[in-house]
Structure formats: C-alpha cells, structure tokens
Design a protein around this ligand. Structure first.
Ligand code: FE2
Length: 415
C-alpha cells in the first residue's frame, strides 16, 4: 500500500469512527420534545442534499447548510447531528453514491456540528427565547464560521488525499466559491429560525426561495461548463479541418499538463496550461483553407497570414472571463526564447511560463505527427530536436521537464 493510500484510509477511518461515536452519543441525548417535527426537517434536508452543486475542484456544496445551523439553534447540537446524519445518509443512499460516501458525509457533518454546537453553547446566553437578534447574532456568526471552516477542511483533506492534489490547492481553488455560497446561505438560516419561532410549519415558506437560489447557482455553473465545452469543441473542429492535425490540441493539452505537473506547478496552473492547450490554435478558424491545407511550403505573405492565428485566438477568447488567465498563453505560444518568435518577439522570461510550456508540447506533437508535406519523426528524434533547440527556441527547464515526464510515460506504457 503506498503512502497516499495509507493516509487516505487512515483519515477516512478516523473521521468515520469519530463521527460514528458522536452520532451514537447524540442518539442518547437527542431532544425528544419535538420529535414529530424531525421528519419535516429530514425531508427538507434530503431534498437539498440530493442536488449538490459541484465546485471547480472535486468538492461540492449543498443548500443543506442553511438547515444545519437552523436546526442546531432551534433544537440544540444533538438533534442537529441526528437530523443531519439521517438526512445526509438518506440522500447519499437514494443518490447511490456508495457506502464510503454515506459514512464519510454523515461523519464529517457530525464532527462539524459538534464543534459548531460547542461554540454556540459557549457564546450564547442562557435564555428562554430560541433566538433574539440582539443576544444571538454574534454567537451565530462565530458558530457559522466554525461550522463552515471545519466542514470545509474535513472535505478538503479527503479530496486532496483521494485525487492527489495538494491540500492548499484544493483550499485555494474552492474557497472563493465556498465562501460566497455559504455567506449567502447563513442569513437564510437565521430566517428559518425566525420563521420557526413564530410558527414551526412556516419554515416550509423558505423552500421556494431556496430552491430558486439553488437553481440559479446550478445554472451558473452549468453555463460555465457548457461554454468551455463549446469552445473546446470548436477548437477540435478547427483541428479536424486538416486531417493531419485532428486531435492535435487534445494531445498538446495532455503533454502540457504532464510538463506542468513535472515542474511541480500548482493544481490551478496545471489546469490552466491544459485548458490553454485545448484551444491554443482556435485562431486558425480565421486562416483560409488554401493556406491551412496547402501541401507545399507557404510563401511569405501566407506565412504572415498563418501567424495571425495567435492573435485571432486571443481576440476570440478575450470576452470569456474563464479564459482570462490563459489568454497570454494562447497569444504567445509561438514565441521563442531568442526573441525570433511571433507575434511580439518576446524573449526569455518575458514569455509567460504557460506559453513556454505550450511551445514545447505543440512542437513535439507537430514533429511526431504526419503532415501533408512530410512524414512524422520518431519520438526519440523529436526529443533530440527539442534538446538541440533548448535555450534558443525552447525554455531549457521546460524541455528537461518534458523529457522526464516522457520517460516516465514511456516506462508506464512498456509495463
Ligand atoms: Fe499555433
């Protein structure tokens, strides 16, 4: 068993045992006065947990959070653990997410709620009232923060261990979205408590606005995914115009990703070079067939037109916010270290690292693929070419990283 697998199993067991013990203890301490209302909360919780919203990395968030804190304030920590544990398990079982998830999710909720409950009971005054803004708002804020932080960390660690992504990268990538989502839901928790204190069944009134918020959030993320898929599909169609370059961008993205990983770049940077690789030649959409598919060497004016694909690609992607960090990679993927590249003739480190990575990945794929006017080189020959041109055309560090990643990949293929 490798170290990663061992750590995953150890962490999973630890959270599950802790969560399980907390759940069993909560069964003994649960507030039975309002037992008849628990099914209502469970049904609401299951409904929201059934439709999680996926974040950029592998994490997910659900609207169930708004209910967790409300239940905690109304019935106390133990009841919130029971309702949430049952609700989350039911949602995972109905959604056929596997036993591993059923156990981990309910366990991490139990731990987060126990700590949040400890914060709330420590900070809130002992009163007859369930909730009054003046007395409970500050304890509520700290409780919500404690719940979010613990919940987020417990999930981030399992994501980091199971997908082998550095923990800091998981936190950095999903934190913004998570904070936005949760800070907008915390006030809804308060609203639920206020509604409950006037009439318990009136909490149902919160369902339509919550469902609407969920739909809006889900649509926003769906739109982002669909936009990206459309652009990548378009880039693929451009590659297919020339049968010799079919799947070129997909392969460039794979090579670029391997280089970035070999160089130890962050998850976000690896994702970015891969994203840029898939669309780096999108601008060829603006190059005429007579040039793009010409079986002979291009004349000077045709070369100039061909070169424009970097700028066309840049202008096409510029309006899309999701590509803002990779625009420069697309624009400068034909720059050279010695300044003899295009479109700007940038030198050395003034060329963004992502563009230097794409240049190597792009050239390797071009050399190892057949073209109308020449046969493909062997991978070994292409490696020699990269080595011969490092320092002049290519970034030496990028070439070294590529060679290392290529050797690893070759070994893997031969196994
Ligand atoms: Fe290109």
């Amino acid at each position: 068993m490798n170290k990663q697998k061992f750590l995953f199993n150890f962490y999973y067991l630890l959270v599950s045992i802790l969560g399980g013990l907390i759940f069993i203890y909560s069964l003994l301490k649960v507030n039975l006065d309002f037992l008849y209302l628990y099914p209502l909360w469970i049904v609401l919780f299951v409904a929201f947990e059934m439709r999680p919203v996926s974040l950029d990395v592998k994490g997910q968030v659900t609207l169930g959070f708004a209910l967790n804190l409300a239940i905690l304030m109304i019935y106390g920590t133990w009841s919130s653990i029971i309702v949430t544990g049952i609700g989350s398990s039911m949602a995972d079982i109905i959604g056929k997410r596997g036993w591993q998830k059923v156990i981990f999710n309910s366990s991490q909720y139990s731990i987060s709620l126990l700590i949040a409950g400890m914060v709330y009971s420590k900070l809130s005054p002992v009163t007859e009232e369930i909730f009054s803004i003046s007395q409970h708002i500050i304890p509520f804020v700290f409780t919500a923060i404690a719940f979010v932080v613990i919940n987020f960390l417990l999930v981030a660690v399992i994501v980091s261990l199971s997908f082998e992504i550095a923990l800091l990268d998981v936190i950095k990538m999903d934190l913004g979205m998570m904070v936005l989502f949760l800070t907008s839901l915390a006030p809804l928790s308060l609203l639920l408590v206020i509604l409950y204190t006037s009439e318990p069944f009136s909490v149902i009134l919160i369902v339509p606005p919550l469902a609407l918020a969920h739909k809006g959030f889900e649509n926003y993320l769906k739109l982002r995914k669909q936009t990206r898929a459309t652009i990548e599909h378009l880039a693929d169609i451009v590659d297919r115009r020339d049968k010799y370059t079919s799947m070129h961008s997909t392969r460039v993205a794979v090579y670029a990703e391997r280089i970035a990983k070999e160089m130890g770049l962050s998850y976000e940077q690896v994702e970015n070079v891969s994203m840029a690789g898939k669309v780096h030649d999108l601008g060829k959409i603006g190059v005429r067939d007579s040039i793009l598919l010409k079986p002979k060497a291009l004349i000077d004016s045709e070369v100039e037109e061909m070169k424009k694909h970097t700028e066309i690609g840049y202008y096409m992607l510029q309006p899309l916010e999701m590509y803002k960090d990779v625009l420069a990679y697309v624009l400068f993927h034909h720059e050279r270290m010695d300044g003899k590249g295009y479109p700007r003739g940038l030198k050395y480190n003034s060329i963004p690292l992502g563009a230097r990575i794409l240049a190597v990945a792009d050239s390797f794929d071009a050399m190892t693929s057949d073209r109308l006017y020449r046969k493909a080189m062997s991978e070994e020959q292409a490696m020699k070419e990269l080595m011969n041109n490092k320092g002049t055309q290519f970034d030496p560090q990028v070439v070294e990283a590529f060679i290392k990643s290529w050797k690893k990949e070759k070994k893997h293929r031969e196994r």
